[in-house]
Design a protein around this ligand. Structure first.
Ligand SMILES: Nc1ncnc2c1ncn2[C@@H]1O[C@H](COP(=O)(O)OP(=O)(O)OP(=O)(O)O)[C@@H](O)[C@H]1O
Ligand SMILES: [Mg+2]
Length: 444
């Protein structure tokens, strides 16, 4: 029996123990002992080994990309799914992961059976959702199950064209004693499902729950095992949703897909820029920033609210932007431009629920803060981008042409850009700035 031979192995130094311990007696690290399946079983996993061959002899192309039925989602994946590709899709509770994957199941069923395994909800619950959003294909097979070995059998027997596991944290293997959702179980589940899918050339989506802090629940190795990690973002109480790739072995990670949640499920938004800036009022503290991390630029509205602090410790709160980065920008504003916010509460919001990590947004955030503090709006026809350095310098960023083209398309006429941005000719007026002081002077 696997149960008796189960071993706990320190992930830091390799120490083995038959019992779980909070602290490794060998290296002294805390919480590093993780259950691993018995060794004989591990050995059995090694199949007929491959022979080393020159690299050009290996297949270098994927025969086809399989479409998920959502154009934007395909773009995020790098052009669709590759046979055997395992995609982890993570997001807050209630954001719409199960809904999206149910819709993908329906659309993907053109290729054959889709096996939807649910460990979280009963067949009944899913059937209700399926009727609401109009999933009726006889090729969409639903299996409420949490037992890994049963799931693997079903994959073997049904030979589906797509496997969906909702969620990886609810599945457990008999070979381990720890409960579902533990580091060991999550790793085992992801590993064995990936292995099965790779052998059969079947793509799979694994739903991943995320923790309170917003990271994917389970070990970091989970992200290493899978080929692609998609992040599902948005505010639960609002209707827009954004899916982006944070890791992709088969494409770039810059693409984003924007959806709208409706009672019929998720709908793709074809013009995200129009959507994200649609509610702009032109009041102080609002700056339009052309965001892009890949081929698809989106205009976003950065909003700042600066007001006299209520308590002795001023607050810094952000939505969709790193709060530490905000502190840094406020420090630069004080030191290099004499804009003091020490006695003010500062709030930053990226309207529409997108979260922005690229540093190109720095200058937009800084100008939004200044605009709110001075209670002076920016001219309506201006977009802003550039990274801010510690000495107040505005640094060049990537994809200048893409950003400007999108801004132009939406009728913006001027752009505040880094001085070092090398642009040939554009039909938008460029206002190059080399530091934050200059940027403030040209705007206000
Ligand atoms: N009738 C409806 N009309 C519009 N939206 C709905 C309706 N019913 C549910 N929703 C939306 O669907 C969301 C739930 O979607 P779903 O169950 O796919 O999320 P999930 O990410 O799988 O959540 P969990 O992590 O709990 O499994 C709700 O938060 C709500 O926004
Ligand atoms: Mg769900």
């Amino acid at each position: 029996m696997a149960r008796r031979t189960a071993k706990f192995v320190c992930q830091s130094c390799g120490y083995r123990s038959v019992k779980w311990k909070g602290r490794c007696p060998a290296c002294g690290e805390w919480n590093t002992l993780v259950e691993e399946p018995a060794e004989e079983e591990n050995l059995r996993r090694i199949k007929a080994p491959e022979r080393p061959r020159p690299i050009y002899e290996w297949e270098g192309e994927f025969a086809e990309r399989l479409t998920t039925g959502f154009r934007n989602l395909d773009a995020v994946l790098g052009g669709g799914l590759v046979p055997g590709q395992v995609v982890l899709i993570a997001g807050e509770p209630g954001i719409g992961k199960s809904t999206l994957l149910l819709q993908v199941s329906e659309r993907f069923s053109r290729y054959g059976k889709v096996l939807y395994i649910s460990g979280e909800e009963s067949g009944n619950q899913i059937a209700v959702r399926a009727r609401r959003i109009g999933v009726f294909s006889e090729n969409v097979l639903l299996l409420p199950e949490t037992h890994l070995e049963v799931i693997l059998n079903a994959v073997e027997e049904e030979n589906p064209s797509l496997v969906i596991v909702d969620s990886v944290q609810t599945v457990y293997s008999e070979r381990l004693e720890s409960s579902a959702g533990s580091v060991a179980q999550v790793r085992e589940t992801a590993f064995r499902i990936s292995e099965a899918c790779k052998v059969k050339g079947t793509p799979a989506f694994l739903v991943g729950q995320i923790t309170k802090e917003g990271t994917i629940a389970g070990p970091k190795v989970l992200e290493h095992i899978v080929d692609t990690v998609l992040q599902f973002e948005g505010e639960r109480f609002n209707f827009y949703r954004v899916v982006k790739a944070v890791k992709n072995r088969f494409g770039s990670t810059g693409e984003v897909a924007v959806f709208k949640m409706t009672d019929k499920g998720l709908e793709e938004i074809e013009e995200p820029s129009a959507f994200f800036i649609s509610e702009r009022t032109g009041s102080p503290g609002s700056v339009i920033f052309p965001y892009t991390e890949g081929s698809r630029p989106i205009l976003l509205e950065v909003q700042a609210l600066v007001l006299h602090a209520l308590y002795t410790t001023p607050q810094r709160r952000t939505q969709g932007f790193d709060v530490n980065r905000l502190s840094l920008i406020l420090a630069v504003l004080e030191k290099e431009a004499g804009v003091f916010t020490r006695d003010s509460d500062v709030f930053i919001n990226i309207a529409g629920g997108m979260s922005v990590r690229e540093p190109a947004v720095d200058l937009a955030v800084a100008l939004a803060v200044v605009s709110s503090k001075r209670e002076e709006p920016l001219p309506e026809d201006i977009v802003v981008f550039g990274e801010l350095g510690l000495s107040g310098e505005v640094r060049a960023v990537h994809f200048g042409d893409l950003r400007l083209k999108e801004a132009r398309r939406f009728g913006f006429e001027r752009a505040i850009v880094p001085k070092n941005l090398h642009m040939e000719d554009t039909d938008i007026e460029l206002i190059p700035v080399s530091n934050i002081r200059e940027a403030i002077e040209v705007v206000f």
